[in-house]
Design a protein around this ligand. Sequence first.
Ligand code: NAD
Length: 344
Amino acid sequence: NNQEGTILITGGAGFIGSNFIQYFMGEHPNVTILNIDKLTYAGSTDNLKEVERSDRYQFIHGDIAHVSLVKHVFQNYDIRGVIHFAAESHVDRSIEDSRAFIESNVLGTMTLLQAARDDWEKKGEISSRRFHQISTDEIYGSLGSDGKFSEETTYDPRNPYSASKAGANLLVKSFGYTYGMNIVISSSSNNYGPKQHKEKLIPTIIRKALAGEHIPIYGDGKNIRDWLYVEDHCRALDAIYHQGKPLETYNVGGGNEKTNIAIAKQICDILDQIKPEIKLQAGIHSFKELITFTEDRKGHDRRYAVDDRKLRNELGWKPKEDLDDALRKTVEWYVKQWNLQTNR
Ligand code: NAD
């Protein structure tokens, strides 16, 4: 029964992991969460304020690539399943230096897989306990103006981050085929919502606008991403973790393809309404005046879009949130954080 016992979440102090822990604990009252996170620059226990006092939540500050630590975790807790979010996740950083991406995303995944396999084989549970790998649509490469990535699309990663995630997925699959492990993979499009690190696109747009600074947009701003609200992603992950078929991959999309410039303008429109006093201080009529195009990211994928009919048809998932409403909620959340930090 995978509706109870201890589930190991990795990277739960990051953006999606922290949103997921809160969602999952709310949905599954008999589950205990053990969260292992290295607390890199991208992770913060501040993201876990809503759950940290619960007796169904425990935190381990550690690295998933640390072999003896991960073994110790499996020996000391009866881990019923793993949902593996931990990763170095920022493409630009991987272009600067990819070592940490290989260490955490590839070696870290292998370390978890080996520890889970050892423990679950001993317990005769290798084919029943679940290992869920959280992945990205970036593994599939870049699209032209039409078409979508399906679960059968050949991996064609174009930057060190997506290459490391593709490598990790292949290892996960291999543990399924070689040892009969009950693995499942989900590959989602770009997430947005509360608690995302400030260096990512949407938080950067909001932060720069509120500071009255230039809002940097790569290239011509026409790169397209399919935006998925993080809570919709969490609901998809819950369904895939519990009902996804072993060895299968499920794509998760938002059904919201937008160019980066369109997202930036939409955020500026929202800020124009909720923070007019900052516009006045900055001497502008609209935050859109702050948008500036910068030199394009190297190897910048033009368009991502996923076909997620498998998830919709087999597991009955569909996104609940409308982009306009969820983006507004998201902007309001960051503005509130900013107000708290600056006491405005
Ligand atoms: P994030 O960078 O916000 O969080 C990653 C977390 O992992 C951080 O808390 C960090 O401290 C932790 N971590 C990193 N290396 C670790 C290690 N070696 N050991 C233990 N913990 C470590 O990332 P995110 O945006 O929440 O992404 C989570 C997962 O979802 C990643 O696997 C990412 O590839 C995938 N994903 C993200 C998106 C997106 O739009 N953000 C889309 C698709 C897939």
